[in-house]
Design a protein around this ligand. Structure first.
Ligand SMILES: [Cu+2]
Length: 443
């Protein structure tokens, strides 16, 4: 018997997982390749190089049987290649925009971006300013397969906003689309109906070329979202106009008024105050950078937005995923850009340090399907519904169900686990096979 306690993932294991994923990936590409909603720019390039005869080979090999060996996917180029550089799901996973200007986004997305508009004080309040533009882009949902997205700032999901409770979020929004009206509607406790981003209030929908500055109070603490609220809603949401807003607790506020942040009805003692403030320090991105919960070296935070795409526009999704690309956190040795893309590989498992606490901000933005879910293998997690309480609403579960716009915080760790690949996926099995399946690689 081999003791693998300190060994790394074996190459064979990785290869098996990669091959398994590539089979699913190519079966999926084959099933949607003629849909009106998808463009196969890279695929067509591959076909031109490989010759016309490959079309038949690809078309017949993957749809009806499971004998889709890599050789039979020749027309698609190397298995698992992504070709569009404008969105990196690995960069997005851990990118939190606070309003502070940073060059990190340039490295991640390979373009200049003025998303973060600055942080400053105004009338005794911290203002965090962001610049949002609605534009249409083609974005990859599977290797070589793009879908026409309606986006905030050219990416789906839209940029993750991260602020502290009590801040003012100022969003200068321009509708840069040529034909469609758009808005931004925040799921926050919003005191001014003019700022709600719905057709009936304030500026209403913004026509192409129009601008409006939304101002939202950063409350309550939790993991929230924003999305376009223009009719038909299902179209504007499904096409990609959504993103995440995280409101961090301020430890000193929590210490002063702990009852607002914990579901607790006993007397407020010093111990209760301190326990609640400790939880706030753990949840606050700024304070937890200097802080480790007991037993851990640090906290690794991720944003996962569950979404799907209706590639033939029949009101039903054909491709599913977290953060847009099907199977994007699955094992694969491929790097579409031969190292040219400095932000990193295009597809690989999420690297997990077993000495760190893992925190996933999970948001469901699926359209057309009633529910979505997250299930992780070999581990159980604590769940904070909408992240609004600092103590978990549910403990020791391995699957959580969310309808559209539901979201929550998951906390778990792999400190007692052997290194290796651990799968996570939607436990709607259908969604998993259609793209919503990925892996953590515990190191
Ligand atoms: Cu819209």
């Amino acid at each position: 018997m081999t003791d693998r306690q300190d060994s790394e993932t074996s190459p064979t294991e990785t290869q098996q997982a990669a091959s398994f994923t590539n089979d699913l990936e190519h079966r999926l590409i084959d099933s949607i390749k003629n849909h009106e909603g998808v463009t196969r720019r890279a695929v067509l390039g591959g076909l031109a190089l490989a010759g016309g005869s490959m079309i038949t080979g690809v078309g017949t090999s993957t749809a009806d049987d499971d004998s889709n060996s890599p050789a039979e996917t020749g027309g698609f180029g190397a298995p698992g290649e992504y070709t569009h550089q404008q969105f990196d799901p690995h960069g997005f996973l851990r990118e939190f925009n606070t309003g502070e200007s940073t060059n990190e986004r340039d490295a991640i997305f390979g373009r200049k971006d003025d998303l973060n508009g600055g942080v400053y004080e105004e009338n005794g309040q911290t203002v965090r300013e962001f610049n949002f533009t609605a534009i249409n882009v083609e974005q990859e949902i599977l290797p070589g397969v793009t879908f026409p997205m309606w986006t905030y700032n050219g990416q789906v999901p839209g940029p993750t906003i991260r602020v502290e409770e009590g801040d003012l979020i100022r969003v200068n929004f321009t509708n840069g689309s040529e034909k469609m009206d758009h808005t931004i509607h925040p799921h926050l406790r919003n005191r001014n109906p003019r700022m709600d981003g719905v057709p009936q209030n304030g500026p209403g929908v913004l026509k192409p070329g129009e601008s409006f500055t939304y101002e939202w109070q950063a409350q309550p603490v939790g993991t929230h979202l924003y999305h376009c609220h223009t009719l038909p809603l299902k179209a504007h949401v499904h096409r990609g106009l959504y993103g995440t807003i995280i409101v961090d607790p301020k430890p000193e506020r929590v210490y002063e008024t702990p009852r607002k942040y914990i579901d607790y009805h006993g007397p407020i003692t010093e111990e209760v105050r301190e326990m609640a403030a400790e939880r706030a320090r753990s949840r606050n991105m700024v304070t937890h950078a200097e802080y480790s919960p007991e037993g851990f070296d640090g906290i690794d935070e991720m944003v996962m937005v569950m979404n799907g795409f209706d590639t033939n526009f029949n009101g039903d999704n054909e491709v599913y995923g977290v953060n847009t690309r099907g199977f994007c956190y699955a094992p694969s040795s491929t790097d579409a850009y031969n190292g040219e893309w400095e932000a990193g590989e295009t597809k690989h498992p999420i690297q997990i340090d077993r000495n760190e606490l893992q925190r996933v901000h999970l948001v469901n933005m699926i359209e057309f399907d009633f529910v979505n879910s997250f299930h992780c293998h070999s581990q159980f997690f604590d769940y904070y519904d909408a992240g609004t309480s600092l103590f978990p609403d549910r403990s020791t579960i391995d699957t959580i169900l969310q309808c559209q716009a539901q979201r929550g915080v998951l906390e778990f760790d792999y400190s007692n686990h052997q290194p290796g690949l651990y799968m996570f996926h939607a436990h709607q099995s259908e969604f998993a096979e259609l793209g919503w399946m990925s892996f953590f690689e515990v190191n």
